[in-house]
Design a protein around this ligand. Structure first.
Ligand SMILES: [Fe+2]
Ligand SMILES: [Fe+2]
Length: 390
């Protein structure tokens, strides 16, 4: 029979006695097993046979890759600073995402308005919002807006899925914090944009085959190639669409989507500055062809959107030229080689658009679509100037 365990009150708390011997035994067992488990996992990791799954360094209390506080500050902190709530921006919606404090603040702001200001700023309900849309747009214009924006609406679903996977692929605490905010923002974009589009009371179209091909390819892309497909290309398109429509009646909330997307498009540049692509990752022929193959479906998409955009007074080729110039710039700065440089991409695309327009538009004169900028309004332009300043 074992000798009774000696219970020692170690004065941690007057009501609890612990056995010093048992505590010491527990620490010894833990240390030994820790050595075995960690050693086994480290060996398996070295041999490429598995090992620890989590890219987490508990000794440093960091994810593998280190702190990277600059990434955290530029993306996670900034996202939280600029976090917007649907209930406040779209009071007519079904969202109740404001805290009690935010609701009180909104009430105080409402109370401080004089009658004229209140008439202007009135928090509108769903029926009033729909009436505003009906006053502002014809049925054809509403259909056109919904067709154009639904392209990005479906894209938001993929952005949500893709950013969730990129979160697993990036290294460092800062980058994981940044991607976590992107996942949150894409979830918000998807559900809020869907409600906005449904308020137009016109059918929301399915994805066109060009969007389908593009987004499926991006979702299936390996590792950091997803950063090119999603953050550079798809979000480059989203940024341009939000920047193009964000000053129209009832669509002001798109300015906030635009602000979020500007952060998402800058993420590859900021991340790859800390963890640069190897020369092979950047320039190998397979990746270059793959990236170019992702860009290609955007051309027929521009042709497909020509008609709805024209109904809104926008030249689809100006949008296409503007988007692909910006995409080329972002790709180049992040180190995603496209086989042709940003300038060549923009001028090739311009040539294709002009050739197409020459065949299909009566009296077409050669235009510099690749120099166009379809982003409207000084606030939206200023947001993009920060990214595209160079
Ligand atoms: Fe988004
Ligand atoms: Fe995004």
């Amino acid at each position: 029979m074992n000798a009774p365990t000696e219970n020692v009150n170690v004065n941690l708390h007057p009501n609890v006695t612990v056995s010093a011997r048992a505590s010491a035994a527990n620490r010894r067992i833990e240390r030994t097993l820790n050595g075995v488990v960690r050693g086994y996992d480290a060996l398996m990791g070295k041999l490429g046979l598995g090992g620890r799954k989590a890219p987490y360094d508990d000794h440093a209390y960091e994810f593998v890759g280190g702190a990277r506080d600059e990434l955290r500050a530029k993306h996670y902190d900034k996202s939280l600073r600029l976090l917007w709530k649907a209930e406040r921006e779209m009071p007519w919606s079904t969202f109740h995402d404001c805290s009690a404090e935010e609701q009180t603040l909104m009430q105080l702001a409402d109370d401080a308005l004089n009658a004229a200001e209140r008439a202007q700023m009135q928090r509108i309900g769903s029926a009033e919002y729909k009436a505003l849309l009906d006053r502002s747009y014809t049925r054809e214009e509403k259909e056109a807006i919904v067709q154009v924006l639904s392209a990005i609406g479906h894209g938001e679903a993929y952005a949500w899925l893709v950013s969730t996977e990129v979160l697993m692929n990036v290294k460092s605490t800062g980058a994981k914090a940044a991607l976590t905010m992107q996942v949150l923002e894409e979830a918000k974009h998807f559900v809020v944009l869907r409600e906005l589009l449904r308020a137009f009371d016109v059918p929301v179209p399915r994805q066109s085959v060009w969007e389908y091909l593009l987004l499926e390819q991006v979702y299936k892309a390996r590792g950091l190639e997803k950063l090119f497909g999603m953050n550079v290309l798809v979000e480059g398109i989203a940024l341009s669409l939000f920047g193009m429509l964000g000053d129209r009646p009832g669509l002001e909330v798109l300015g906030l989507f635009h602000l979020d997307e500007s952060r998402h498009t800058a993420l590859p540049i900021n991340y790859l500055k800390e963890f640069p692509l190897t020369r092979w990752q950047s320039r190998n022929p397979l990746s270059r062809v793959h990236r170019l193959s992702l860009v290609l479906p955007t051309l027929p998409l521009v042709f497909l959107l020509e008609e709805p955009l024209a109904r809104l007074g926008i030249d689809s080729f100006a949008l296409g030229g503007s988007v692909l110039r910006k995409v080329g710039y972002l790709a180049e700065r992040a180190g995603f080689d496209l086989a042709i440089d940003a300038h060549q991409l923009a001028s090739s695309v311009n040539w294709v658009f002009n050739a197409y327009a020459k065949r299909t538009r009566a009296g077409h004169v050669w235009s510099d679509y690749h120099l166009a900028d379809t982003t409207v309004g000084s606030a939206l332009k200023e947001v993009e100037r920060e990214i595209f300043a160079a």
